[in-house]
Design a binder for this molecule. Sequence first.
Ligand SMILES: NC(=O)c1ccc[n+]([C@@H]2O[C@H](COP(=O)([O-])OP(=O)(O)OC[C@H]3O[C@@H](n4cnc5c(N)ncnc54)[C@H](OP(=O)(O)O)[C@@H]3O)[C@@H](O)[C@H]2O)c1
Length: 344
Amino acid sequence: MMRRFLAPDYSVPPVIAGAWQLSEGHSSRTVDRASLFAAWDLLAANGCDTLDCADIYTGVETLIGEYRAARPHQRVQVHTKFVPDRDALAQVDRGYVTRIIDRSLERLRTDALDLVQFHWWRYEVPGMIEVAGFLDDLRRAGKIRHLALTNTNTSQTHALLDAGIPLVATQVQYSVLDRRPAAQLAPLAQRRGMHLLCYGSLAGGFLDHAWRGANDPQGTLENRSLTKYRLVIDDCGGWNALQRVLNTLGDIAERHGVGIANVAQRWMLDQPGTGAVIVGFRGEASARRTLQTLALTLTPDDHAHLASVLDELPMPAGDVYDAERDPQSAHAGIIKYNLNATNA
Ligand SMILES: NC(=O)c1ccc[n+]([C@@H]2O[C@H](COP(=O)([O-])OP(=O)(O)OC[C@H]3O[C@@H](n4cnc5c(N)ncnc54)[C@H](OP(=O)(O)O)[C@@H]3O)[C@@H](O)[C@H]2O)c1
């Protein structure tokens, strides 16, 4: 299995286990802790030793800290985020940054955070570069090993790099459906030695056999992730367009004897600039199925076949996360902006 080096001293496996799906309020379904830990153990045994979480995923840093404590001899790399509250941006100072980072250190039971991914909700509020500098000071002090971004467009990423912030990666939504990063951000990342850590590769689970040929689910979906990606599907041509993509992925999957999700993940790993896919797991079954992606190779014909379908599809407008930042957009309606205040 090929690990990808984000920095000379830091590498990640192709599949990172994402933990948003475990946060309180994400789903009405209770997560079975034994099955979850078994999933992480299984992934780690196959070289996928990295977890992704955030300061604002309620309860999750603490849960990962408990997992780490229960596995004292196992290597577990953890990527967290620093997402200052939208309504507090004007007040974010060195003390605020240090408080949140110290809290992550304590919850994750470590003395250094492997990777901190920074997000700034409103570019129009001054301070983003200065606050990134505070994070960099904590990196120099040894509390953070590496810095990255999340959900940041190309021009702001450029500005942070030009300000000397040593970014090794950026976490963005990128999938066969939402290919916004391909236009500008991925080329910038490649030029500046950064990698893309891609979430949404399964559209919250929609890119799976279970939805091929299924009717458009009306009303409430099982979890917040599906609700979020149902909006992305609308931006990409709607339910019928999703079915065309599922049929194409499904045909390729059948030729290789794998699942639709494996083809969607491998397509993502094959795109220029990709460092890893971040996949949400709540239990062992999905982790076991995802391991098949590590051994899957798509042929040039598979890629050409998929491209011929994808090229016909519309996409969310603008650059990375622009639509989600628009307060008038449907996406904005489901985002929670001030979780650090309530997540103390
Ligand atoms: N920076 C951000 O704003 C942001 C936003 C979203 C997500 N993320 C990160 O990315 C992670 C992944 O979230 P996502 O939104 O990208 O979700 P996703 O990975 O596209 O979808 C997760 C869902 O797919 C299912 N699944 C996993 N592997 C599968 C397989 N091989 N076959 C079929 N189904 C499979 C899981 O099922 P089970 O639940 O049954 O295991 C889960 O419900 C999050 O946990 C978080 O760490 C970051």
